[in-house]
Design a protein around this ligand. Structure first.
Ligand code: ADP
Ligand code: MG
Length: 199
């Protein structure tokens, strides 16, 4: 069903360290999305790598996206190979992810994947929109991360597409851990007639 779309969100170690767990959950919750899975863990390096490699093209894609971001600012991409650079990001992301506790969540609702991306904001926090989690609560950039050879610290991971979400959810949750339940608010958001309000 269209309003049962699911997506994966992970509050990365910097989000936990910045004590933003409650603030981040509040933003997804208040829009009307339903939390259907939640756990706090310290991922292993292997888990973190597998997470990014649910899309085998991750190194190539992340390299190309970074190159475009440099070019959009009139700068030259400062690395010899897009793909090799992307592979480096994969390893750095695995270290970043496994450096401390993270909060892994599954959210459900109409257009959940896109809605969560909108609320989360763009990859590079200094250019993420005001009002988004990444734009409001942190300030990292491609250039700063790349010159110190580390991942961009942007507080949250959010699945990029429905296909990616399905694969990532299967990686982090068992079927039993994703809960099927009704919220009172579902009636107001999705019920056709609103005929249950008046006594
Ligand atoms: P998003 O998390 O917005 O979906 P990507 O899927 O492109 O972004 O990249 C995954 C993560 O890899 C980013 O959130 C960020 O932490 C890190 N990252 C991406 N590009 C770079 C880069 N050029 N330098 C450092 N870290 C990067
Ligand atoms: Mg992504």
């Amino acid at each position: 069903m269209i309003h049962k779309e699911k997506t994966l969100v992970i509050i990365k170690p910097d989000g936990v360290q910045r004590t933003l767990i409650g603030e981040i959950i509040r933003r997804y919750e208040r829009v009307g999305l339903k939390l259907i899975g939640l756990k706090m863990i310290v991922p292993t390096l292997e888990q973190a790598k597998a997470h990014y490699l649910v899309n085998p093209d991750f190194p190539k894609n992340v390299g190309n996206k970074t190159k475009k971001a440099y070019e959009a600012e009139g700068k030259e991409f400062p690395f010899p190979s897009v793909e090799e650079f992307g592979l480096g990001i994969l390893h750095k992301n695995a270290q970043y992810f496994s450096s401390g506790p993270v909060v892994v969540m599954a959210w459900q609702g109409l257009g959940a994947v896109g809605l969560v991306r909108k609320i989360t904001g763009g990859t590079e926090p200094i250019n993420s929109d005001v009002g988004t989690i990444r734009g409001d609560f942190t300030l990292d950039s491609y250039a700063m991360a790349d010159t110190s050879e580390r991942s961009i610290r942007n507080l949250v991971h959010a699945s990029g597409s429905i296909e990616e979400a399905d694969k990532e959810l299967a990686l982090w949750f068992t079927k039993e851990e994703l809960l099927n339940y009704r919220l009172i608010a579902d009636e107001i958001l999705y019920d056709v007639n609103l005929d249950g309000i008046l006594e």
